[in-house]
Design a protein around this ligand. Structure first.
Ligand code: PL3
Ligand code: FE2
Ligand code: FE2
Length: 234
């Protein structure tokens, strides 16, 4: 199935009620719910690390908690539940990297992992999921998507304001954190195909949004592309 076919797959041809759909959805939904719950933790840690923005960061963390609950509801609506065990294993390396940066007081590292990498991943995933979502999940996903853009924006603004001081730290953390993100995507390829998402489209979308973010922060287009491609090829 090529990407055009997948992207335009009409909702009527998606097998929402089959057991195979439910199983794939449970694994993907697990990754989403665990990703949202970790995002909540990360924003709470960031609120401690950046006291001048604590109120704002706690608000963003609370949004993540709501996203997790809303997506659990999407699984329940389809008669399945999030597979959290599988998802926790997938997110463990990225979460460990965040905790390391937090412990070392590497704020740019924390912001790149949560606000740039995780949020770009979320924006790309929800954009690709939206056209193939069931009628219950679609409005929820559309509303969550708007919140994720706000989370991405918080990180962009913070990093842009300190660009020359944090440029090296951004490059360093990307080279570790981007390779830790790819196995999550790879593990979900067959399940994404089952629910009508095109994994290649997700990669393309992620790369585009991530490079745009790096440019918004202050990298040249050339450096943004190099940094992303080098880290993804690692
Ligand atoms: C940050 O706010 C949340 C981070 C969550 C990361 C989500 C990754 C999702 C992988 C692909 C599946 C998207 C489909 C959505 C289905 C409920
Ligand atoms: Fe979220
Ligand atoms: Fe978010």
């Amino acid at each position: 199935m090529d990407s055009t076919t997948t992207r335009t797959m009409p909702s009527s041809s998606i097998p929402f009620t089959t057991e195979i759909y439910r199983q794939s959805y449970g694994r993907i939904n697990g990754v989403v719910v665990v990703g949202e719950a970790l995002a909540e933790q990360h924003f709470r840690l960031l609120a401690r690390a950046i006291p001048e923005d604590a109120g704002e960061l706690k608000r963003l963390g609370a949004m993540e908690g709501r996203h997790a609950r809303d997506f659990v509801g999407c699984a329940k609506n389809l008669g399945t539940e999030p597979d959290a065990r599988f998802a926790k294993e997938l997110f463990a390396p990225l979460h460990a990297l965040f905790r390391d940066c937090d412990r070392r007081g590497d704020l740019p590292g924390c912001l790149v992992i949560q606000c740039l990498i995780v949020e770009c991943f979320a924006v790309a995933a929800y954009r690709v999921y939206l056209p193939v979502a069931d009628t219950y999940a679609r409005p929820i996903t559309a509303s969550v998507l708007q919140d994720e853009v706000e989370h991405l924006n918080y990180g962009e603004v913070w990093l842009k304001q300190r660009f020359s001081a944090v440029k090296e730290a951004i490059t360093a953390v990307c080279s570790q954190a981007l390779p830790a993100t790819l196995p999550i995507l790879r593990a979900l390829v067959p399940d994404m195909q089952t629910i009508g998402m095109d994994p290649l489209e997700l990669m393309v979308e992620f790369t585009e949004i991530f490079e745009q973010s790096l440019e918004a922060i202050g990298f040249t287009r050339h450096d943004a592309t190099r940094l992303t491609l080098r880290a993804m090829a690692a």
